[in-house]
Ligand binder design. Sequence first.
Ligand code: KIV
Length: 278
Amino acid sequence: MHKTPRDIIAKKAAGEKISVITAYDYSLATLCDKAGVDILLVGDSAGMVVLGYENTIPVTMTNMQMFTEAVSRARVNALVVGDLPFMSYQANLSDAIKNSGKLIKAGADAVKLEGGIEMADTVEAIVETGIPVMGHIGLQPQTTMLSEGYRVQGKTAETAIQLIESAKALEEAGVFSIALEMVTSEVAKIISDSISVPTIGIGSGKGCDGQVLVIHDMLGLYDKIEPKFVKKYLSLSGDITKALESYRKDVESGQFPGDEHSFSMEKSELDKLREELG
Ligand code: KIV
């Protein structure tokens, strides 16, 4: 049986940290699951790292359903969380519930949506249908990006209080965890200490109950933006480019394919063929 939102909350209660990684496709999701990561987050960051958009705004429900299906087919142990894309939940509660249901039908165990206190009613309505929700405050790429770009959140006492109030409102509305994106470490720690559900930080310091990274960032597969908070565990883009150059050169020089990569006919069949062809 795979992990459930209840298991994730229990980890915080037991003082254990929670590991989260984004995943969008079957092959990498299989490796993430095998590595024992707690949560596979099918993030709308797929819009940038997989689909090549400038930001997450163009991502559609159809995109997210396809990524969620692929990841859920790979998962054995982890919890799968599907991200609700821009404008799939903001217009009204009916959209929010229907689109959450679509991600659950695609294989997610829970959904994530961006927004603080202003989204509490939406969270409550989705949770009431039985669908677990992860909140997301701090930098909210779907909307903060439109107004102010990438900026650290919670640098002033006033914005810190707004973040703390949002976290409490989301907890009250029934979220099972909250992603904190680019929130100052001090505020992230205060939030983590003042709510019972886990906080999952990205660029929000050690005080969070868990951490999430975008898989393409930590494997060094996406170099377009290199945020300070990313720890690169590999630099795959260089290695992959080198491998592809070797392949191209092998094809051009006739080194590939070798006999070991090819299939042959029986000699008798080949002789028959030659005879028939004259
Ligand atoms: O879309 C995403 O990958 C996210 C995480 C960075 C939290 O929302």
